[in-house]
Design a protein around this ligand. Structure first.
Ligand code: NI
Length: 452
């Protein structure tokens, strides 16, 4: 490339591109599609600023990876193969994997995947490996086996653990970008940490990536940011309520679609681009036509569908009428069938108007052979060159480590907790339902009565 190319970015200030292959990848239709997918899905209904796209996040992950690579190349270039230092030949595979790590993401990803059994990581690899995509054609120009290498980094099977950990670990370019970006666009003040400091302290070794001990306070800040963003933003009860609505309206649309098809009726209430998804025969090319706008246009139209459940759920979703929720402790779970019965008695189908949703996560965990998902622990490099696991040095991280944060919630229509029922017939049902709720928590009605 003759000149560098600079993209202005509100979070990282400037994104620098020096390689034609990176610029060509950004220009592919598959990558441009990410402009039409919101990074945080329904979260913008709670934090209205959070309308940033997967496109800006992907550029950000690329830029953070580029800054890290420059630091590694400047300070820790390999001298002899196998010395555990950084091999500059890995530069392009790292940068391409960073840029493309989310290229297979769908609209409202997690909800969508749940209903239609798609998997964005599998699609990311398919976009990279399929000879039909423009992304693959650009990557193949580097070398015939280059697409395979980039896909291996995404699949975490790439032989160099340094490259894999920079894209996917407990402190990687992906997480560092989304925490900073999501904090910036939600307006949250607690997601921030000192990115430049963390990058400066990255220190490669044969087994992967460590951090110089002097960077510990910046890393503590990152771990705490991560914890706070999860609790305050990602697990927000209203976002989860809207996600439940979206999930249920898609489920309902699928039921209505199958029913009409079986009866030989028209299924054109499902827009053309969504038809392959509903019929269960979706090619990669068809998958890549799907974005937020396709889904939103369909939901907009479904508000007027003759199926009253689909129409009502669509209306609630678009007009932001979320379900209400209460937290449910393990000891209260046996009360949920009774609550569902009351919701049904009030005229709502509990399959579509109630839900249980658990959101838990670990802000940080050391190596745990029993964990369901293996995590690479964060290693600090002491002055004598020895590595020590982060929580052994940081009391702050130790306090957060291995502890799950989050809650379990039960969702129901807000009508159930209206102060006064307008419909006399319904008044006793609402009153009975409300007996179970105190301060946003599910309680045993008897206990509540005996206290009073
Ligand atoms: Ni990402």
């Amino acid at each position: 490339m003759q000149n560098e190319k600079i993209f202005r970015d509100p979070v990282l200030n400037e994104i620098h591109v020096y390689d034609q292959v990176i610029l060509d990848l950004i220009g592919t239709p598959e990558f441009q599609r990410l402009r039409r997918i919101d990074q945080l899905g329904v979260t913008s209904s709670v934090f209205h600023g959070a309308e940033h796209s997967r496109f800006s996040h992907s550029l950000g992950v690329y830029e953070i990876a580029r800054r890290i690579e420059m630091h590694l190349e400047n300070f820790y270039p390999t001298q002899t193969p196998g010395d555990g230092l950084w091999d500059a030949n890995e530069r392009l595979v790292l940068l391409c994997a960073a840029l493309l790590h989310d290229v297979g993401h769908g609209a409202y990803s997690h909800t969508f995947e749940h209903i239609f059994h798609t998997d964005h990581e599998a699609y990311t690899q398919a976009v990279i490996l399929s000879e039909e995509t423009n992304v693959n054609a650009v990557l193949r120009q580097v070398a015939p086996d280059f697409p395979e290498k980039v896909a291996q980094v995404i699949a975490k099977t790439y032989p160099n653990p340094q490259v894999v950990q920079l894209i996917s670990s407990q402190i990687d370019a992906d997480r560092m970008d989304y925490l900073l970006r999501d904090a910036f666009f939600t307006g949250a003040t607690y997601g921030k940490f000192d990115l430049a400091r963390i990058v400066q302290t990255i220190h490669p070794y044969a087994g992967g990536i460590a951090f110089d001990e002097k960077g510990m306070y910046a890393i503590e800040d990152y771990v705490v940011s991560r914890y706070q963003m999860y609790v305050q933003v990602y697990f927000h009860p209203v976002s989860r309520a809207l996600e439940v609505l979206l999930q249920h309206l898609l489920e309902r649309a699928k039921v209505v679609y199958d029913d009409r098809r079986e009866r030989g009726l028209s299924t054109d209430f499902v827009p053309k681009l969504l038809q392959p998804l509903f019929s269960g025969d979706l090619s990669l090319e068809q998958y890549l036509t799907l974005d937020d706008s396709v889904l939103l246009a369909a939901i907009n139209q479904w508000r007027f569908d003759e199926d009253s459940v689909l129409a009502d759920l669509s209306q609630r979703f678009l007009n932001r009428v979320p379900l209400k929720s209460i937290t449910v402790g393990k000891a209260q779970r046996h009360l949920l069938p009774e609550l569902r019965r009351l919701v049904e008695a009030a005229g709502f189908d509990p399959r579509y108007y109630t839900a249980e949703n658990d959101s838990f996560d670990l802000p940080y965990d050391a190596y745990n052979p029993d964990a369901k998902q293996q995590r690479t622990q964060i290693e600090l490099r002491q002055q004598n060159g020895n590595l020590v696991e982060l929580s052994e040095k940081s009391a702050l991280v130790k306090a957060l480590m291995g502890r799950e944060f989050g809650d379990a919630r039960f969702f129901f229509p807000s009508e159930m907790v209206k102060k006064q029922a307008t419909d006399d017939m319904m008044a006793p049902i609402y009153a009975e339902f409300q007996q179970y709720i105190e301060n946003g928590q599910l309680v045993e009605p008897e206990t509540k009565n005996s206290i009073k």
